[in-house]
Ligand binder design. Structure first.
Ligand code: PLP
Length: 394
């Protein structure tokens, strides 16, 4: 008979201290129910465009099944460098400034492990992506939450950051367009953050995975393209969201040569390289994927407008998202906590969303809905949520 031993106390304190992601919890419950509409996970409902898939199939036919250079295929790194030069007018050297990773997830983990010593503090505007605090803690750092406010469209200001700086602050981690709020930062906003980073000599990790997903004429501002910021910024990006490539696990990090070399050392011993098939597909995405990406963005925009209108009509206080594919309505007027709202809605109306407190304490009172799902499903989900609010308002 298999003997079940309890190893909890032998686990590393850092691992013991972090909680499983609040996103997955609801996803797992919903997966066991019937007739569920999920606005829960942040994943495009599109399949990767065919020409991108085909480049991978073709690569396999040609026998591309080996490891690549640790930093990734030079051809891909050159394509990434060209992309940043042409879109954002910021220059990266393919030989020294770019590391291809297994998604932004790996890039984030590497960045934290390369930069942090025990006790170093990382300023993290919240609400934010669930991995930011966990990766900080796992690397021995201390996450310091800086709450962003709905009144300020969830943008962060230098004054708010300033209030949390200590002599131990080493890194500022920002992620715009933002998951879960859909907030963006204007050039002016980011210039102020840049001055703040300079004043305190902070390294900046900028997660720009949603940079291609902006709406209503808003243009994404690349943080490392701001004057003086390239040298102190690790810019993370990937293909999961803009090219509907979540399952391929491919991303990259751009930065100063010594930082990239340090991250490459960890990557070399832990991951070795990103999958060659995904790298071939990524080259095709950068070369010919833009037209497909623009179509998907236009569709997200239609859905964004529908879901924003829906929540506003229900009388919920709701910031109109300007980027990514999430909306973050305030449900506090219902009298439920975020968790209660999400649980009861799933139970009674079979709609899955994520409680706002999964993205930091200041997300309490909100829920995150992903609109990376069809118009029909969004319409049906809105009708169910409206029904739920009518019958359950406390
Ligand atoms: N960063 C943000 C802000 C995200 O929302 C996600 C995924 O949801 C990731 C990073 C992870 O991306 P990847 O699939 O490239 O690992």
């Amino acid at each position: 008979m298999k003997v079940q031993r309890d190893f909890k106390e032998r686990l590393s304190p850092a691992v013991q201290s972090i909680q499983p992601s609040g996103i997955r919890k609801f996803f797992d419950i919903a997966a066991k129910m019937e007739d569920v509409i999920s606005l829960g996970v942040g994943e495009p409902d599109f399949v990767t465009p065919w020409s991108i898939r085909e480049s991978c199939v073709y690569g396999l036919e040609q026998g591309y099944t080996s490891y690549t250079a640790n930093r990734g295929l030079l051809e891909l790194r050159e394509e990434i460098a060209r992309h940043y030069d042409s879109v954002y007018d910021v220059q990266y050297d393919a030989a020294t400034d770019i590391l291809v990773t297994v998604g932004v997830s790996e890039a984030l983990d590497l960045a934290m492990r390369a930069l942090l010593s025990p006790g170093d503090e990382v300023l993290i505007p919240e609400p934010c992506y669930v991995s930011y605090q966990a990766c900080t803690i796992l690397a021995g750092g201390v996450p310091v939450a800086v709450p962003a406010k709905l009144e300020n469209e969830f943008r962060i200001t230098p004054e708010e950051l300033e209030a949390h700086v200590t002599p131990k602050t080493k890194v500022l981690l920002i992620g715009y367009p933002n998951n879960p709020t859909g907030a963006i930062m204007t050039r002016k906003d980011l210039m102020a953050i840049a001055a703040f980073a300079e004043e305190h000599d902070l390294l900046v990790i900028s997660d720009e995975i949603y940079g291609d997903l902006t709406y209503g004429g808003e243009e994404h501002v690349c943080f490392s393209a701001l004057p003086g910021m390239q040298e102190r910024t690790l810019l993370l990006n990937g293909f999961s969201k803009a090219y509907a490539m979540t399952g391929w696990r491919i991303g990259y990090v751009l930065g100063a040569p010594d930082l990239i070399a340090a991250m490459t050392k960890i990557h070399q011993y832990t991951m070795l390289c990103a999958p060659i098939t995904a790298q071939l597909a990524a080259i095709e995405a950068l070369r010919h994927g833009e037209k497909y990406m623009k179509k998907m963005v236009a569709e997200y925009d239609r859905r964004r407008r529908l879901i924003y209108e829906g929540f506003t009509k229900m009388g919920l206080n709701c910031f109109e998202p300007k980027g990514a594919f999430y909306i973050f309505p305030d449900i506090s007027t219902t009298g439920f906590t975020s968790e209660e709202f999400a649980e009861k809605l799933l139970e009674s109306e079979h709609v899955a969303l994520v409680p706002g407190n999964a993205f930091g304490a200041c997300g309490e009172g909100h829920v995150r809905c992903s609109y990376a799902t069809s118009i029909d499903k969004i319409s049906e989900a809105l009708a169910r949520i409206e029904n739920f609010i009518k019958h359950h308002r406390r």
